[in-house]
Design a protein around this ligand. Structure first.
Ligand code: SAH
Length: 419
């Protein structure tokens, strides 16, 4: 078996962490049990490009239980958990190509190894696998039944591909399914981003001014959680509806150029480029922590920060680089501007990834079942699948909900009854 990981001897710890996460992923476990029996992926090869975490391990185990011949590579150079990679190889027989801290060249080499597996189904977090295949591997177009996409940024890229008519197979935008974005993006990002910032810096959030750029699902979750920890939250936005929402949710909203002057901590979650740039670094408060929890490492203009710095002290604490500016002000960049939640912490907790990865598993099954119907477009999943996941999750949480009575069903479908 071919693989490329840091150290196979880390497998013991990885196995314990995978099984620990698994106990918080009951919906995915149920799907795994069913897949064991039904083998929906029998005879199919799958290549997954995801954050290599304990939660992802349980997803790829599920795909394998369903009969898939599956390999995994990293979707980000800094998010790999090397112990998990080792255990997947040794204990679960799943080839992994990922090493935490790999350089760009190795990252792309690992992508190529996943592509060399010659997949019938692919799974992405950020659309790197699909874009590599579309750019350089036309030989695979015909055999790929479909591809799954985990994250907002990936979906944006895929919709651009659809619009430019370059998609060669159907894609399921798993991110845009309610059982994913309403929970993972909001509660997952909310908690894991704070976790990453705290682990990296040991900062006390109470009383700090915490600036959040972007009030999408991730920004909303982060703002709510930071407020809960006692931070004074400021939101910056470009969309007037979202800005209004943030204001009415009780947050201060202002332009970034003003926000940076007050900020103790700034976190970008916009999915866009250079949200923090030269003009902001120039007026930032001394000692400010800056980090990113969205998209790639472009939300903070790091080259501009490097240019302004007189001195750079790397790793003054793990995952913290100190930039000293000409006037003596210090700015602390966390996790090199990459996703702070997956770099300095462990990503979202298992119980929320349970819903995201249950959605991934069922989306993969949906692609196989509907292979003759799907066109080369970006799809979401039918509502029944969302409902099914939500009902199962509720049941595992011991929560029961009401059902519509016959009278209520009739009332909802009638138009005759008015004032
Ligand atoms: N691919 C981009 C950005 C995506 S990160 C990059 O690497 O820069 C955000 C995604 O990470 C979310 O959609 C979420 O589902 C996923 N994620 C968060 N915690 C995770 C975990 N513990 N395991 C696997 N994936 C996780």
């Amino acid at each position: 078996m071919k693989y490329d990981i840091k150290d196979i001897n880390l497998a013991d710890l990885g196995k314990r962490r995978i099984l620990w996460a698994d106990k918080d992923m009951p919906v995915l476990s149920k799907i795994r049990e069913r897949f064991e029996k039904e083998k929906p992926f029998a005879g199919l090869k799958m290549s997954c490009c995801l954050h290599v975490t304990a939660e992802t391990a349980n997803l790829v185990r599920t795909l394998k239980a369903g009969g898939a011949d599956v390999v995994l590579c990293a979707s980000n150079p800094l998010s790999t958990q090397d112990d998990v990679a080792a255990s997947l190889v040794r204990d679960f027989g799943i080839p992994v190509f990922a090493i935490k801290g790999e350089d760009n060249e190795t990252y792309y080499k690992h992508l190529e190894s996943a592509i060399a597996h010659s997949p019938n189904i692919t799974m992405d977090d950020g659309a790197d696998l699909v874009s590599e295949i579309l750019k350089n591997h036309p030989e695979l177009y015909g055999q790929i039944l479909g591809s799954m996409e985990e994250t907002t940024t990936g979906v944006i890229r895929l919709k651009a591909m659809e619009k430019n008519n370059v998609l060669k197979f159907p894609v399921i935008a798993v991110n845009d399914v309610q059982t994913k974005y309403m929970f993972d993006n909001r509660y997952g990002t909310g908690q894991s981003t704070l976790d990453g910032i705290i682990r990296a810096t040991d900062v006390l959030l109470a009383g700090k001014t915490f600036v959040i750029a972007g009030y999408g699902w991730c920004g909303r979750g982060l703002a709510e959680r930071a407020k809960g920890m006692g931070a004074n939250v400021i939101v910056t936005e470009v969309n007037p509806i979202k800005a209004l929402e943030a204001a009415m949710d009780g947050f201060r909203v202002m332009e970034m150029i003003d926000a940076v002057k007050e900020a103790d901590i700034i976190c970008t979650v916009t999915g866009n480029i250079h949200v923090l740039r030269k003009e902001h670094f120039e007026v930032m408060k001394d000692g400010c922590y800056i980090c990113n929890s969205g998209h790639f490492d472009v939300e903070i203009d790091i080259p501009a920060l490097k240019e302004l710095a007189e001195e750079i002290n790397e790793n003054v604490r793990n995952f913290v680089d100190e930039y000293v500016l000409a006037d003596g002000r210090k700015i602390y960049l966390l996790a090199e501007g990459r996703l702070v939640n997956l770099s300095a912490a462990e990503g979202h907790p298992a119980s929320v990834m349970d819903m995201s990865f249950a959605t991934q598993a069922l989306a993969s099954e949906y692609v196989v079942k509907n292979k003759d119907k799907l066109e080369n477009k970006v799809y979401v999943l039918p509502e029944e699948i969302e409902q099914d996941i939500a009902f199962t999750k509720l049941a595992t949480m011991g929560i029961k909900i009401d059902q519509l009575t016959e009278e209520q069903k009739e009332y909802l479908s009638a138009w005759e009854i008015g004032t």
